[in-house]
Design a binder for this molecule. Structure first.
Ligand code: SF4
Length: 263
């Protein structure tokens, strides 16, 4: 690892269009070292390091869950000027858009909208009505995975609010990971946090949250694929794609898959 003043020299890291990976210049030793160094750190320490390392090539994505609200509050409180974005599938709840507006107003932010690849009308014309019923993986690919990949194509780091305790598919989440699909370092400052930690923070700082959480929705995504659940169920993502095996839209799977393949 080439360390300069606490930072790693990723200067040779280039976006390569021919399929070569930017991972060529980032080793798993680098990521392991970062994970060891920051394993007991607060989110603001991780975000501050990320911003010093990647500058404006680091962005934060949110679906406006409580973890995202916490991280937005952390960025604002510690004056870390990272662009915050969300994937607008045009199928989000009105409550989610209202929360976006509240956060923008309260924190003086302009949260960047990243649109789906197709309008809903074009998607219906090309793939049939209600693709989320006939082929939810394709629907997620068009409305989330592809727009995210396009948006991150000139970025080097992507901050997310995912946590190990959210579900089986996320239980190996590390604070620093390599995302081979988007070719970015993925930074998950809340990887070690649990649901109670997050909600305690929301209450302590009296932060706004989606009111649907008070009506049995532990996690909130697109309207057609989000249902309320029994609050006592352990897996926080059980209300997504109910009655299907699918538990993830796909944007968080590649880092996990790649790690398993490499190990
Ligand atoms: S969550 Fe549902 S509606 Fe949203 S993009 Fe995925 S399949 Fe489509």
């Amino acid at each position: 690892m080439n360390v300069i003043d606490g930072l790693i020299d990723f200067s040779q890291t280039q976006l390569v269009a021919n399929g070569n990976s930017k991972m060529d210049n980032i080793s798993y030793d680098d990521l392991d070292g970062l994970n060891a160094r920051f394993k007991d750190s607060q989110p603001h320490e991780i975000l501050e390091w990320g911003y010093r390392q990647f500058g404006n090539e680091m962005v934060m994505g949110t679906g406006f869950g409580p973890s995202g609200v916490l991280l937005i509050h952390t960025l604002v409180t510690h004056q870390i000027p990272v662009t915050v974005f969300y994937l607008d599938t045009h199928l989000l709840f009105n409550e989610t858009y209202k929360l976006r507006d509240d956060l923008e107003e309260r924190f003086g932010l302009n949260i960047k909208r990243v649109n789906a690849s197709l309008t809903l009308e074009d998607q219906s014309e090309q793939f049939g009505d209600e693709l989320w019923k006939s082929d939810p993986d394709k629907c997620c690919y068009l409305r989330k995975v592809l727009p995210l990949k396009n948006y991150l194509s000139d970025k080097k780091a992507w901050v997310t609010g995912i946590r190990r305790s959210q579900s089986d598919t996320r239980k190996q989440t590390e604070i620093f990971e390599w995302d081979p699909l988007n070719e970015v370092v993925k930074i998950n400052p809340l990887a070690n946090w649990n649901r109670d930690d997050v909600w305690d923070y929301i209450e302590r700082y009296d932060l706004p949250y989606n009111p649907l959480h008070d009506h049995g929705y532990p996690t909130i995504g697109c309207i057609p694929c989000t249902q309320p659940i029994d609050n006592h169920q352990e897996d926080e993502r059980n209300g997504r794609w109910k009655n299907r095996e699918k538990t993830e839209c796909g944007i968080h799977l590649s880092a996990q898959y790649y790690k398993n393949v490499k190990s």
